[in-house]
Ligand binder design. Structure first.
Ligand code: SF4
Length: 322
């Protein structure tokens, strides 16, 4: 491992323009934090207990249902889409493993207090993940990756880590960073899961001092904002205190979206989650699903057998606006 001294070790750091904006406009560094009503977290927890237990009523308790941001997002896109995706066999590829490797590299960056270089972190992340022999994880795929693909992957991850280093003020140990931080909550067979790319801070008394961000490498998308709100709800259900802000950061554009978390946002997100869980349960059943054609028809695995999807594709084609 190459150990290089952190330029931030001295504590005297001049931020560039983007780092300055991220610190002051996105993280609200040093600014007052809200103190939400202590009852919000408890009330949401009670709602989850009652409403999700009721939803789980007719389900096999041993057959648990995973509810995460991806499934909720797919459920709200089209229940036919969710059913088609659920029946699809998953396979690792360079495209879908990139996020995993990026998160591992970011973890190495923050845990080493920025003493490791991005390119070294990218290669180390591939090597470390490749050691995991669990068939469900990316280990076996990475372990047999051809040299050219590995180079492409390391190049892409290095690019994203460099952008993070360039755009964000250095995340210090005193900010209580959590990387790839999991939240798991079970309500009968309904298992809510989240994994925050990065969370900073912990509540102090009733003061909301937690910030959660998801990193993306693609285009801005409203679904991402909704997924970040789901993270805010999950953190509130877990810790009883809402985060003060949830955000999505786009590393390729340097843009970000965010929501300040309040009771209205949490309640709306809770309703969105419950509706999504109903749709997830429907998609798992033998009952007819509803079809809601949209741009998702273009990559839906069930499109060949879907009349609504075919109609939409005939009308709008591959390149028209949704
Ligand atoms: S093709 Fe479109 S309408 Fe049909 S199931 Fe897929 S996403 Fe839904």
């Amino acid at each position: 491992m190459t150990v290089t001294p952190s330029p931030y070790a001295s504590g005297v750091v001049e931020l560039n323009a983007q780092q300055h904006d991220v610190r002051d406009e996105l993280l609200l560094y040093g600014q007052p934090r809200p103190t939400p009503d202590r009852g919000i977290g408890q009330a949401l927890r009670q709602r989850a207990l009652h409403e999700l237990t009721a939803l789980a009523g007719g389900l096999d308790p041993a057959d648990w249902i995973r509810v995460d941001k991806h499934r909720l997002s797919q459920a709200h896109t089209c229940t036919g889409y969710l059913r088609a995706r659920t029946g699809e066999e998953f396979a690792w590829s360079v495209a879908n493993v990139r996020g995993k490797v990026l998160h591992r590299a970011l973890e190495g960056l923050i845990m080493s207090a920025y003493r490791r270089a991005p390119l070294e972190l990218a290669h180390a992340a591939i090597d470390e993940l490749a050691e995991d022999v669990d068939d469900r994880g990316p280990g076996p795929f990475l372990a047999t990756l051809p040299q050219g693909d590995r180079q492409d992957l390391a190049r892409d991850v290095n690019d994203l880590v460099v952008k993070f280093v360039s755009d964000w003020p250095h995340v210090l140990a005193g900010w209580s960073p959590r990387v790839e931080s999991r939240v798991k909550l079970a309500f009968g067979p309904i298992h809510l899961q989240a994994q925050f790319d990065l969370a900073l801070g912990v509540p102090m008394g009733d003061e909301a001092r937690t910030f959660i961000v998801d990193f993306k490498s693609g285009w801005m998308n409203n679904d991402h904002q909704q997924e970040a709100r789901f993270y805010g709800l999950m953190e509130t259900l877990r810790s009883r205190v809402p985060p003060y802000r949830v955000a999505t950061y786009y590393l390729d554009s340097g843009e970000y979206s965010f929501d300040d978390v309040d009771e209205d946002l949490l309640c709306t997100t809770f309703d969105w989650m419950v509706e999504g869980i109903k749709r997830i349960i429907l998609a798992r059943s033998d009952d007819p699903v509803t079809y809601e054609p949209s741009a998702a028809c273009r990559w839906c695995p069930g499109r060949a057998d879907c009349d609504d999807g075919q109609e939409w594709l005939a009308a709008f084609g591959r390149h028209s606006a949704a």
